[in-house]
Ligand binder design. Sequence first.
Ligand code: CNA
Length: 239
Amino acid sequence: MKELIDSSKKIIVFSGAGISTNSGIPDFRGEGGLYERVQDKYDLPYGEAIFDLNYFDSNPHPFFDLSREIVFHNAQPTLCHKWLARLEEEGRIAKIITQNIDRLHRKAGSQAVLECHGGYDKGRCRSCGMEYDFENYEKDIQHGRVPHCRCGGVVKPNVVFFGESLPEEFFHVWENPPRGDLLLVLGTSLNVRPAADLALKFTGLMPSILVNLEVTDHDNRFTHVIHEDLDSFVKSLGN
Ligand code: CNA
């Protein structure tokens, strides 16, 4: 495994919530995961409602409270995030495609990042469509307030909710896959589509390694599968 990684020069990474659990941000679907917790905490009809537009329009508070937890509780990148940033510095990363919205890849120093479920950099008013930059609503979220537009509407950060389209760059990468010589899929249940479909599409194009604590429904698509904690895996490579 170490030899395969060490000899690869154009690595494509696909990461999920499992890469950030060691920084204190829980994943969604694992036991005690976010969906279970937010459903109880906010008395939601079902956990995923926190990322449902209709629910958001009727009650945006749970989403913003969760945002504070994910983005603003000052989580630090994990060993694995830092390792990937180092590989990029060495010129060995073709692309990091992440499903995460926690900004930790960027915080670790990675630049070739596609955040396929969007993020907080920009937001848009749900009523008049006016665009806002992160700086405009950062303080509101930090203090647990719902950000409002000048028109009075609620400003929703560009995190992709269920039923919303993924960023254009995702489809660009779909149509024009970066040339890679190794696919590393890290910390994801591969359950969320269409993001997971992109990772699975790449498994047909190059050797692939999946590192995930639990078995996924797609383990058989990968050349190598390791069920291990990601930071332990990175340590086992000598980092
Ligand atoms: P998921 O469905 O919650 O799966 C996470 C997977 O990671 C599980 O199969 C776990 O077994 C595995 N895992 C957890 N901890 C570790 C670890 N330390 N080492 C190795 N594996 C581990 O999450 P996905 O990313 O697959 O689902 C996509 C959703 C989750 C996206 O829409 C994300 O935006 C969303 N999400 C993001 C964050 C974040 O930004 N940090 C947190 C929670 C959920």
